[in-house]
Design a protein around this ligand. Structure first.
Ligand SMILES: [Fe+2]
Ligand SMILES: [Fe+2]
Length: 271
């Protein structure tokens, strides 16, 4: 247990607890007025993750690793619960028990995958077994490329159909990221032989280019939504949320790239 462990844990918790808090809000907004039980469960998760987020900001890099290990465990429990809640909601939607509610099944599944990712990261941190770099590169890209492909689909479906140009751009991003995801899965199945520096480097370069342009598209959409310049049913906070997730992915790609090419960079992130 070291300073790297503390920094890494706090960084993950600060980022993902805010995300979990916002998921609770989005789910709540999609429920019907009569779903009072689900609404109150969502409210409960909102306050849980709000509290976790603010606690994470009270620690700094010098915090006692054992305290952080206990904190990670506590957050892990909360994440397990929100994951189960999301899967329960997905089941209700797919069995048509909530007719007329407004959360896409894929969105609910997507938010549960993000919870699963967060929970897994907390487990890895506490067990002191982060993936070795070549594995981390493939695993993180497979995870995030699918997340990005989903975002493009959500944006395309939540924009007003009359915003034809933007809907078309969103559809193109959806196709582009589906294709990148297939490429990533191919690299994945060719492991470990595919894990050469030139191949991984090219893989990261190619993904970075697309993530940057999707990030810019999301930023534009967010700004247009905030300024009330386009027609959509996208909550302004959702627009910002997906933008931040793209920024996170870019940050991870850059960190991998620096480590792979031996540039002096912090590598508290992956072994
Ligand atoms: Fe999210
Ligand atoms: Fe997401």
């Amino acid at each position: 247990m070291s300073n790297g462990f503390v920094v890494r844990s706090l960084d993950e918790i600060r980022f993902w607890s805010r995300i979990m808090k916002e998921h609770s809000l989005f789910l709540k907004l999609g429920f019907r007025c009569e779903d009072t039980q689900l609404i109150s469960e969502a409210n409960h998760f909102y306050s849980t993750f709000e509290a976790i987020e603010s606690r994470a900001h009270t620690f700094d890099a010098g915090a006692d690793p054992q305290t952080i290990q206990r904190f990670n465990l506590e957050v892990h429990t909360a994440v397990s619960h929100i994951w189960a809640f999301k899967r329960k909601v997905l089941g209700l939607i797919l069995q048509c028990q909530l007719p007329g509610q407004n959360n896409f099944p894929l969105l609910v599944d997507h938010t549960s995958r993000e919870a699963f990712y967060f929970r897994n990261r907390l487990e890895q941190l506490n067990a002191g077994r982060l993936d070795p770099l070549p594995d981390a590169i493939i695993n993180e890209n497979v995870f995030f490329l699918r997340i990005m492909a989903d975002h493009a689909k959500f944006i395309g479906h939540l924009l007003d159909p009359s915003e034809r140009k933007l809907v078309d751009q969103a559809r193109q991003f959806s196709e582009e990221f589906d294709q990148l995801l297939f490429q990533a899965r191919d690299i994945d199945s060719m492991r470990p032989q595919s894990q050469t520096v030139p191949l991984l480097d090219q893989f990261l370069d190619q993904n970075r280019v697309s993530v940057k342009s999707l990030r810019d598209f999301k930023k534009t959409a967010r700004d247009l939504i905030e300024a009330c310049r386009i027609k959509s049913i996208i909550h302004p906070l959702l627009a910002d949320h997906v933008f931040r997730e793209a920024e996170r992915f870019l940050f991870i790609i850059d960190m991998f790239e620096n480590t792979l090419t031996g540039k002096p960079a912090q590598n508290v992130y992956f072994d």
